[in-house]
Each structure stands twice: as structure tokens, then as C-alpha cells.
Design a protein around this ligand. Structure first.
Ligand code: F7E
Length: 375
């Protein structure tokens, strides 16, 4: 069998303001895990860079049953030497850069660190690749957050950027440096402009998973309420495993290019809550508390992506509807909590030994959480 080397950094969200207490839940990201699975199915030899911490956790890779199939290499986005070492070890033909401080809200508190990790690090990787493997195919995880507070009701590859957070500003930098290396050095470097993409492997601090987890816990009597911020925000939510397939398709295209990846539909956070609680037969109004502390200093009001370029050139279309996505996430969390209550031990981002009431507070995922934990 022919092997080709694929390389995926699986560092998503590992740089967080709560390093001591938070890191161990998030070393490997949702997209890295799904992409690794896809590439393994395509007979790639997969390498993943992870950031060394005192308590590493690879629960997503374990959950998908692929941890032993991925070659893990320690590395750090802030350390060019470690990136060079990883590239030399893996000798990859494709490089998917998925790592970032990717929680928008945290970027308001750690703006310059987010700029360095999420933005400037793209240049560190591109420089290392330019020196060592200039003919590589490179994927940059760009984000719909770059469109921010712009005017266009639907966003495509030609829509101007109007970032509304330090995270989005860092992603705009990463987007442009990728294009600049493509245009000035002739590198095969692509931007996937991904709209929100979710799954049962999504981090608990993002709104979809926070809601699916809470709906499951409340249904089982493990929690009573859920605190949320801006219920009016509207997003274009799709299913993550379908989006990583598009990443791969971009790197198989005959020429490097940039693509919007979206579901094309838009829903509010309130609709998300209604659908999630409805899945378990609950009325969201009995449980959801709007908490001003969870509002962001600046929030993007609405995003909706036009994926027609990806459909025309790559032959890609989203398949899972918003309702099905929310349902599958709630059902996954319900199943996990039931298994946990039955004493099962399995890879998950909520340890089964926790004090559930306290954890529920913990998972309210906000700036207030940070100060509570420090006390
Ligand atoms: O927020 C509102 C919040 O944190 C969605 C990242 O993957 O997708 C993600 O960024 C919306 C916002 O995702 C809560 O204000 C209300 O309007 O799930 P989120 P995000 O910020 O859209 C993009 C494409 C990325 O690139 C990012 O890396 O939901 N919202 N109440 C809340 N959000 C959170 N997290 N928690 C709440 O309690």
C-alpha cells in the first residue's frame, strides 16, 4: 500500500487563560480529531502536533478510536524550533493548521496572546515550511468571524472583512499571510473560511455544546438551570465532520484557493436552545437565565455563509440540518451522562467523579468562571 504523509496540528484551544485548570480538557481539538479520522480512512499516515502539558488528554482521539493510529509529536506554536522538528520528523505532503486560541470571548481578555498564537504563528509555520518543504500543500483554518460586523446579509469569498474581536483580527492576519505566501512565494496555501461547525466533540465552552450538555443534565435531574448571554446572536451552524472533508478537498484541488464552508442557513441562539430543550421534552423558558455577565464586549450579531464556490469547484455540500445537528448533540450528551451515572468510564471531557452542581457552574464558560476558580 502507498502511504503519503499527512500532518495535522491538533492543538485547538490549548492556549487558554485558565492554563492550570483548563488546559487538560482541550489539548486536542474537535476538527483535528475528525480530520485525523478522515485521513486515516484515506490511508494517510497521520502526524499530529500536540502541546506538552503536565496532564495531557487525548479524549477526542480515544473517543473516535484512533489514538493509537496517530503519530503524536510535541510542539508549540510559539516555538519555531519545535515546529521545524515536527516537520522534519513527519516529512508531510499536506499540512493542516488548525491550532489556535479559538474561544472568541477569551480573546478580549488575552488580546495580545491571541494575536501571537492565532495570528503570528501562521507565519512561523509558513516560514518553516518555506525553508523545509516549499512544495507542501498548506491549509489555514480561517474563520467566518473575520466578517464580523460587516453589512452583507450573506458572506462569500469576496465579502469585505470587518473583525469584531481580537480573535477575528488575528484570523484576518492569518488569512492574509497565507495569501501573501501563496502569491509571493508560489506556495500551495489555502484558506478555508469556516462558519461555526459543531458536534459531540465540540468544546464545552462553545454555545452549542454548553446548551446540549445542559439540556441533558437538566433532563436527568443533574442540574436545574442554564445561564447564557446573548440569545439574539444568529449563526450559521454546520456539522464538523462534513467540514473537515472540505478541508481535505481544498488541498486536492488543482490550484490553491480560498473557500467559504457553511451550511447556508442561519439560526439564533434562542432557536438553538428551543430545539435542544425540545429534544428532551423540556420548555427552555423554565430553565434558561439570561446573564448580562456572559455578553461579550462586542458580539457579531449575525452570520450566514454562501458556500456556492465550494459547491461549484469542490463538489461539496452540507448534509446535516440544524435540527438534526442539535438533536444528535443533545442525544450524545444524554447518552454520556446516563453511561456516567451507570458507572461507566469512557473518554469524555467531563470527568465522572466531579461534583455535578459545581461543574455546572464551572461550565457556564465565561470570564466570571475564571475568577471563581482562582478563589
Ligand atoms: O458563540 C452567543 C455568543 O462561542 C456563538 C469558534 O469556533 O465559531 C466559534 O465562534 C454565539 C455568540 O462561537 C453564550 O455571544 C450566548 O454570539 O459558540 P460560540 P463563536 O464565538 O461564534 C467561529 C467560526 C470560530 O472561528 C471560533 O473559533 O453564541 N452566546 N450565550 C454564547 N456563547 C458562549 N460561548 N457561551 C454562552 O453562554
Amino acid at each position: 500500500m502507498e502511504w503519503s504523509n499527512g500532518m495535522i496540528p491538533i492543538l485547538e484551544v490549548s492556549y487558554n487563560c485558565e492554563k492550570n485548570s483548563f488546559d487538560h480538557r482541550n489539548i486536542t481539538g474537535q476538527d483535528g480529531a475528525y480530520l485525523a479520522k478522515l485521513l486515516l480512512e484515506k490511508n494517510y499516515k497521520v502526524y499530529g502536533i500536540f502541546r506538552r502539558t503536565s496532564t495531557p488528554s487525548f479524549w477526542r482521539l480515544q473517543y473516535l478510536g484512533i489514538q493509537d493510529s496517530v503519530n503524536l509529536i510535541p510542539g508549540d506554536l510559539m516555538d519555531t524550533g519545535s515546529l521545524i522538528n515536527a516537520i522534519l520528523q513527519a516529512d508531510p505532503t499536506e499540512f493542516y493548521h488548525l491550532a489556535a486560541q479559538s474561544f472568541v470571548e477569551a480573546s478580549f481578555d488575552e488580546a495580545s496572546a491571541t494575536g501571537d498564537i492565532t495570528g503570528v504563528s501562521v507565519t512561523r509555520i509558513l516560514d518553516a515550511l518555506k525553508l523545509l518543504k516549499k512544495d507542501i500543500r498548506f491549509y489555514q483554518a480561517s474563520s467566518s468571524e473575520m466578517f464580523g460586523n460587516g453589512e452583507a446579509p450573506m458572506q462569500n469569498e469576496d465579502t469585505p472583512f470587518h473583525p469584531a474581536s481580537p480573535y477575528a483580527a488575528a484570523k484576518v492576519y492569518g488569512y492574509w499571510i497565507t495569501r501573501i505566501y501563496r502569491e509571493s512565494f508560489g506556495m500551495f496555501a489555502c484558506n478555508g473560511i469556516l462558519f461555526n461547525h459543531e458536534s459531540p466533540l465540540r468544546g464545552i465552552e462553545f454555545v452549542t455544546r454548553k446548551v446540549s450538555n445542559a439540556a441533558a443534565m437538566i433532563k436527568l435531574g443533574l442540574a436545574k438551570s442554564l445561564r447564557l448571554g446573548n440569545l439574539k446572536a444568529r449563526r450559521d451552524w454546520g456539522y464538523a465532520p462534513e467540514y473537515v472533508e472540505n478541508m481535505w478537498k481544498m488541498l486536492q484541488n488543482e490550484k490553491p484557493d480560498d473557500f467559504v464552508v457553511a451550511s447556508g442557513a442561519q439560526h439564533s441562539v434562542q432557536e438553538l436552545v428551543e430545539t435542544a430543550f425540545g429534544t428532551v421534552g423540556l420548555n427552555w423558558k423554565d430553565h434558561v437565565i439570561v446573564d448580562r455577565k456572559l455578553f461579550r464586549p462586542l458580539d457579531v450579531p449575525a452570520l450566514q455563509g454562501d458556500f456556492s464556490k465550494a459547491a461549484n469547484i469542490l463538489g461539496w455540500r452540507p448534509k446535516t440540518s440544524f435540527d438534526d445537528l442539535v438533536k444528535l448533540m443533545v442525544e450524545a450528551d444524554l447518552r454520556r451522562w446516563k453511561d456516567c451515572l451507570n458507572g461507566m468510564i469512557f473518554p469524555w471531557d467531563i470527568p465522572s467523579s466531579v461534583n455535578i452542581e459545581r461543574e455546572n457552574e464551572f461550565y457556564s464558560g465565561s470570564r466570571t468562571y475564571g475568577s471563581k476558580r482562582r478563589n
